[in-house]
Design a protein around this ligand. Structure first.
Ligand SMILES: [Zn+2]
Length: 245
């Protein structure tokens, strides 16, 4: 069969596009799947539930969550947006002083798959800077939308971030969050997990705060009944570190 230069060029362009898609999107996505699997196993082996809160801080809900956690002597992990942290430095300070984790979650919540690489990386870096200036932990990073590209993956690794994924998503930021019973059953069947919640007062309506606080209460009761530990990411890391040394 005769193959002319034009056909060869088309094949090369097609192969180049496939390689780009693989490296840019699929490789970090596959890595994420692997890391989530490891995290699920770590929680299961430890019988641990990690409560995580994204997109805060805000007026009311961040403090209400903190008070509920404090009342039960448990620690949570907050992943603050830089743009919110600068508006509520007192909330950041109070949560920090109570010993909860404060990680970062970008400045303006850009999506890695929908932004230009330099725009997204600048957003991550600015979020890191603003949150750490207020006492946050540089290492603890939660990618926005759970998405990373090759650029943000490498940037995070170079900055020494721990990518703090989740394993259970109640979908509390959507109009129809999952029923409590489903989430508690998922925790039970996995013997733990990392729960994704949001401490932003505006999501998605006035029922959101009640939903989040009610779910936390339900998880605390489940943990007591099933002998599960509720830990922050730092506390889970400490267990992981001691088990591999
Ligand atoms: Zn977010």
């Amino acid at each position: 069969m005769f193959i002319n230069d034009q056909v060869i060029s088309v094949i090369f362009i097609f192969a180049g596009i496939c390689l780009f898609i693989f490296l840019w999107f699929l490789a970090p996505y596959i890595w994420r799947l692997y890391e989530v699997k490891k995290l699920r196993k770590l929680c299961s082996d430890a019988g641990a539930v990690v409560l995580t809160f994204d997109d805060g801080p805000h007026h009311e809900l961040s403090k209400n969550i903190m008070q509920l956690l404090d009342k039960n002597s448990i620690k949570g992990s907050f992943f603050f947006l830089g743009s919110n942290a600068v508006n509520f430095p007192d909330v950041v300070d109070t949560i920090k002083k109570r010993g909860h984790d404060i990680g970062h979650h970008s400045y303006a919540h850009f999506n890695a798959w929908k932004s230009l690489p330099h725009t997204h990386i600048k957003d991550i870096y600015r979020g890191e800077q603003e949150v750490t200036k207020l006492g946050g932990n540089k290492t603890l990073f939660r990618p926005t939308y759970g998405k990373i590209s090759l650029a943000s993956w490498l940037f995070g690794l170079l900055r020494g971030y721990q990518f703090c994924w989740w394993t259970i998503d109640p979908k509390d930021s959507l109009e129809n969050p999952r029923p409590y019973a489903d989430i508690l059953a998922e925790i039970k069947v996995n013997n733990g997990g990392v729960i994704l919640l949001h401490d932003n007062d505006t999501y998605p309506d006035e029922n959101h705060s009640d939903y989040v606080l009610g779910l936390i209460q339900g998880i605390i009761e489940l943990a007591e009944k099933d002998d599960l530990k509720i830990l922050s990411f730092s506390q889970l890391n400490a267990i992981n570190f001691s088990s591999v040394n």
